[in-house]
Design a protein around this ligand. Structure first.
Ligand SMILES: Cc1cc2nc3c(=O)[nH]c(=O)nc-3n(C[C@H](O)[C@H](O)[C@H](O)COP(=O)(O)O)c2cc1C
Length: 381
């Protein structure tokens, strides 16, 4: 498999070769089963979409509605804020494409984190459709002949957002990766339980790590993985391309305002060393909860689910002004990832370490304009 954009330039990428799967995903809480009509370009005879429901013709999204949907999706988190996605709007559906030019081949050679980032944007697409009063239907990895096409989303019905969905939508502008100080106050157990339920609804597991000894061991793995990455010239050079100088006007990458001036220490997992200090203050209150997001399998379809769960959990927290610092460095080396896996009982595949706490501040990181993330020409696909 070779993506169109790869042809003739750079390494041939075969990260999804032979591993694509197609599954109709009706999205748990946000989309009740049985409402999905087939994607607009397919007939009712497609076995993947026969749900026995009436397939009514729905008016296509207006350009304003598309813009609203994309603005929710584009606020998703992504590794180093690479925003490795493209959206193709055609025939009444939105195709989500991974952007191979934004894949971090040194630190993420399998494209796992690329797909997780796209999964987070996919949850944003679903939520964006709810914002405009549509019920989203989703097909994951719908076409093995188009391996960079990670999902196809279309409107399968109308309904006003529920109260929970409205809360998540309202949290989109202030959700952020929190590397600065937390405020006093524990994260309520009810909220942690709701986040675990959200992860389960997306086919994932949010494992809460209560044992401080285990948190300490996770921290040692973070530090060991970080040291190995610092010593790797390719990884260091790749990271440097995404770390922005103070006052940079770049619309992607990690800005100085989102990076720590110095590491926080204490009961916080060591933050990712971006190689260039930022302006964010360390210290403050310790995080109130530590968790690991994991999936039962480790195929691209699982990575997509992990991304959707990640965005959903982070938005659920942000709706209550609870935010997470994220750590994925030990999961980027097979050796350290196996150790994290073993620490959690040997089941499943970890994708993200999260630490939650309360905060009153929300510094938004930049995003690329819609003109850049819309795939318009054949060459963009
Ligand atoms: C797959 C993935 C891995 C990430 N790993 C880390 C990490 O190790 N350390 C960190 O500080 N942030 C990490 N992040 C957060 C991103 O840096 C962040 O989402 C991005 O810079 C955009 O900022 P925002 O989340 O505040 O919108 C990760 C995000 C994703 C989706």
């Amino acid at each position: 498999m070779t993506s169109t954009t790869d042809q003739g330039a750079g390494p041939q990428c075969d990260w999804l070769r032979g591993r694509t799967e197609s599954a109709l995903d009706c999205g748990g809480l946000l989309v009740p089963w049985g409402t999905a009509a087939p994607p607009p370009d397919r007939g009712a005879t497609d076995p993947a979409t026969q749900s026995g429901t009436a397939q009514t013709a729905l008016p296509p999204l207006t350009p304003d509605e598309v813009a609203t949907v994309l603005s929710v999706a584009a606020r998703a988190p992504s590794l180093h804020n690479t925003q490795p996605w493209r959206f193709r709007v055609q025939d009444g559906r939105i195709d989500l494409l991974a952007d191979p030019d934004r894949m971090l081949r040194a630190v993420d050679p399998d494209g796992r984190e690329l797909v997780i980032s796209c999964g987070a944007a996919l949850f944003g697409l679903r939520l964006g459709l709810r914002r405009v009063g549509r019920l989203p239907a989703v097909e994951l990895l719908p076409d093995p002949a188009q391996p960079w096409l990670v999902a196809r989303v279309w409107a399968a019905g109308h309904a006003a957002p529920t109260r929970v969905e409205a809360d998540l939508i309202a949290a989109v502008p202030h959700r952020h990766t929190h590397r600065g100080p937390f405020s006093p106050g524990a994260v309520p157990g009810r909220l942690l339980a709701a986040m675990a339920t959200d992860a389960a609804a997306e086919g994932c597991e949010l494992v809460l790590v209560d044992d401080v000894t285990v948190v300490g061991r996770l921290d040692r793995l973070v530090q060991a993985a970080a040291a190995a990455q610092r010593a790797d010239q390719q990884i260091a050079a790749e990271l440097a391309r995404w770390v922005r100088a103070p006052h940079s006007q770049a619309r992607d990458g990690v800005p100085a305002t989102a990076r720590l001036a110095a590491d926080a220490g204490g009961t916080r997992l060591a933050g990712r060393d971006f190689g260039l200090p930022g302006t964010e203050d360390a210290g403050g209150e310790p995080p109130s909860a530590t968790a690991v997001l994991r999936t039962a399998g480790d195929a691209p379809v699982d990575w997509l689910r992990a991304g959707q769960a990640l965005d959903r959990v982070l938005l659920r927290a942000a709706a209550r002004w609870v935010f997470a610092s994220l750590q994925s460095q030990p999961l980027e080396s097979p050796r350290h990832r196996s150790a994290v896996r073993a620490l959690l009982g040997g089941r499943g595949y970890p994708h993200m370490l999260l630490q939650f706490g309360r905060a009153n501040t929300a510094v938004a990181t930049p995003r690329r304009p819609h003109a850049e993330i819309l795939a318009r020409t054949q060459a963009d696909w």
